[in-house]
Design a protein around this ligand. Structure first.
Ligand SMILES: [Fe+2]
Length: 194
């Protein structure tokens, strides 16, 4: 059976407690939902792409130095579809393995993983959060090598290329996907916080 969001949440909760990783999972989920819409997927696939995004760093908290080496056997044993497991492995292409991206879902996950981090960091600094964040301000941050230096610019460039978008267009998809989850990811306008 294709991965559902409920199952993805259950599986991630069993292995991951770091709130930053949960925020990252939520960001990637949102981006994947927006990429699914961008690629014309029906509503059930939008949820499915989001679920794969949510679960993609399944083994990271336990095995940061062996990321994605403890994913395949465990998730298959948990009954996750082989295609979904493969998709998760492919976000490590050229970084921790040689599983190439073959489908729109896989290419989108590769793009969302690194780019969502830059978008999140850019939105986090703003008093208005992600509510009125524009792609061009994220592009500016992209060019500032000191900003969110952990977000690898080459990986971001490769991700946008994989999904066939220029950088501002890929950023626009991510902003659109992440907005609905602003309350969970700390990106609400500051004035609306208690
Ligand atoms: Fe990730």
């Amino acid at each position: 059976m294709k991965l559902t969001l409920a199952r993805a949440k259950e599986l991630l909760a069993a292995t991951t407690g770091d709130p930053h990783l949960v925020v990252h999972a939520t960001n990637v989920r949102g981006c994947m939902e927006a990429f699914a819409r961008h690629f014309g997927q029906p509503p059930e696939e939008v949820e499915h792409w989001g679920a794969v995004g949510y679960l993609h760093d399944y083994d990271y908290e336990r095995f940061p130095e062996e990321h994605l080496e403890h994913t395949e056997a465990e998730l298959l044993a948990e009954g996750v579809d082989a295609a979904d497991v493969r998709a998760i492995l492919s976000h490590g292409w050229g970084i921790c393995n040689d599983v190439t991206t073959e489908t729109d879902l896989e290419r989108s996950l590769f793009c969302a993983d690194e780019l969502s981090g830059l978008v999140w960091a850019a939105a986090l600094m703003r008093p208005t959060g992600i509510s009125d964040l524009e792609p061009k301000s994220v592009v500016k941050k992209f060019k500032d090598k000191k900003f969110a230096a952990g977000c690898n610019r080459d990986v971001i460039r490769k991700g946008a290329e994989l999904v066939g978008l220029d950088l501002p267009a890929a950023i626009a998809v991510c902003i659109d996907g992440m907005k609905p989850y602003a309350a969970e990811t700390g990106l609400l306008p500051k004035a609306s916080l208690p």
